[in-house]
Write a protein that binds this ligand. Structure first.
Ligand SMILES: Nc1ncnc2c1ncn2[C@@H]1O[C@H](COP(=O)(O)OP(=O)(O)OP(=O)(O)O)[C@@H](O)[C@H]1O
Length: 274
C-alpha cells in the first residue's frame, strides 16, 4: 500500500467510484476496488454485465464516464503501456508472422516505430529473450510455424508469451482459456500460475468458469446489478457485489480451505447469460 498526500492510503491499483455509460445506457456504476501488487484477481459475472469494459478501463483503452483509476498512485494513462499486457479469448497473435517473429515483434516496435526492425546487438538481445520465452511457453519446437499451424492451446501460449515479453506489472486476461478443451485448459492454468509466481505480476482474469476462478485467484470479484427494473433491463449498471479473499501467494486462507473442500466435490459450474 502507498499513501496519497493528505488522503487515505492508496492500493497498488485503486479504482474509485467508477461509472461507465454508453449513450444513455449505464454499464458500470460506482465500482470501488483496491488491489495489492502481486494479487491474482479473478472476475466473474453474467454475460454483458461489463467485465470486459472494466478490463479495458484498466488497460487505459477507455476512460470511465466518472471516477478515477490509479496505478502506484498515478492516474492511469489513456494509452497502451508496456507495464500492462493483455490477452483476449480469441487469438491476438499476428497470423502472417511465425512464432519466433511474433515474439520478436514487441522489441522490433521498440527499436523503430517506422520500420519495426532491429539491428545488431539489440537484435541479438531481442532474439535471445524471444528464445527464452519460447522455452518457457513450450513452443521452441514450433518456432518457425505460423499461428494457423498451431493448436488453440499453442496459440494462446504464444499470446501469453507475447504479452509477458515486456515484463508487464499487470496482466489482463479476458477469458483466455474459454475456447480450449478441458485438458489443454488445465495445462494452461498451471503454466499461468508458474509465470505469475515467477514474475510477481498482478493478474486480472475474466472467466466464465467458477471453478477456474476459485482455483487460480487470490481474490474473486463478482460483477452484478444491485438494482433491477424488469420493464427496462438496461436501466441500471453493474457493480462489484462480492469480493472474496481466496488465498495469499503462499496458500489458501483458512476459510477457503473449507470452501475448497466443498467445491471440489461439485462438478464444474458455469455462469449462464443473464
Ligand atoms: N463501445 C461500446 N459502445 C456501446 N456499448 C458497448 C460498447 N462496448 C460494450 N458495450 C456494451 O456494454 C455492455 C457490457 O459489455 P462487456 O463486453 O463489458 O460485457 P462482459 O461482461 O464482458 O460480457 P461477456 O461475458 O459476454 O464477454 C454490453 O451490453 C455491450 O453491448
Amino acid at each position: 500500500m502507498g499513501a496519497s498526500v493528505g488522503g487515505p492510503p492508496v492500493s497498488f491499483l485503486d479504482a474509485r467510484k467508477i461509472s461507465v455509460t454508453y449513450g444513455d445506457a449505464p454499464i458500470l456504476e460506482r465500482v470501488n476496488l483496491g488491489v495489492d501488487e502481486g494479487s491474482f484477481v479473478t472476475i466473474i459475472g453474467a454475460s454483458g454485465c461489463g467485465k470486459s469494459t472494466f478490463l479495458r478501463l484498466l488497460l487505459g483503452q477507455e476512460t470511465p464516464t466518472s471516477g478515477e483509476i490509479s496505478i502506484d498512485g498515478a492516474a492511469i494513462a489513456p494509452e497502451p503501456d508496456p507495464g500492462r499486457g493483455v490477452v483476449f479469448q480469441k487469438y491476438s497473435v499476428f497470423p502472417h508472422l511465425t512464432v519466433r517473429q511474433n515474439l520478436m515483434l514487441p522489441f522490433e516496435f521498440d527499436g523503430s516505430r517506422l520500420l519495426a526492425r532491429l539491428f545488431g546487438r539489440r537484435r541479438r538481445e531481442a532474439a535471445d529473450m524471444a528464445g527464452r520465452m519460447m522455452d518457457k511457453i513450450g513452443l521452441a519446437h514450433a518456432s518457425e510455424r505460423y499461428p494457423a499451424q498451431l493448436s488453440g492451446g499453442m496459440q494462446q501460449r504464444l499470446a501469453i508469451g507475447q504479452a509477458l515479453l515486456k515484463r508487464p506489472r499487470i496482466l489482463l486476461l479476458d477469458e483466455p482459456f474459454g475456447a480450449l478443451d478441458p485438458g489443454t485448459r488445465k495445462d494452461m492454468q498451471a503454466m499461468l500460475l508458474d509465470l505469475w509466481t515467477e514474475t510477481g505480476m498482478t493478474v486480472f482474469m475474466v472467466t466464465h468458469d467458477i471453478q477456474e476462478a476459485f482455483d487460480l485467484g487470490t481474490r474473486l470479484i463478482v460483477f452484478d446489478k444491485v438494482r433491477h427494473d424488469p420493464q427496462f433491463p438496461a436501466a441500471y449498471g453493474a457493480t462489484i457485489t462480492y469480493d472474496l479473499p481466496l488465498k495469499t501467494r503462499e496458500g489458501l486462507t483458512p476459510d477457503m480451505q473449507t470452501v475448497r473442500a466443498i467445491t471440489a466435490t461439485k462438478t464444474r459450474t458455469t455462469i449462464h447469460d443473464a
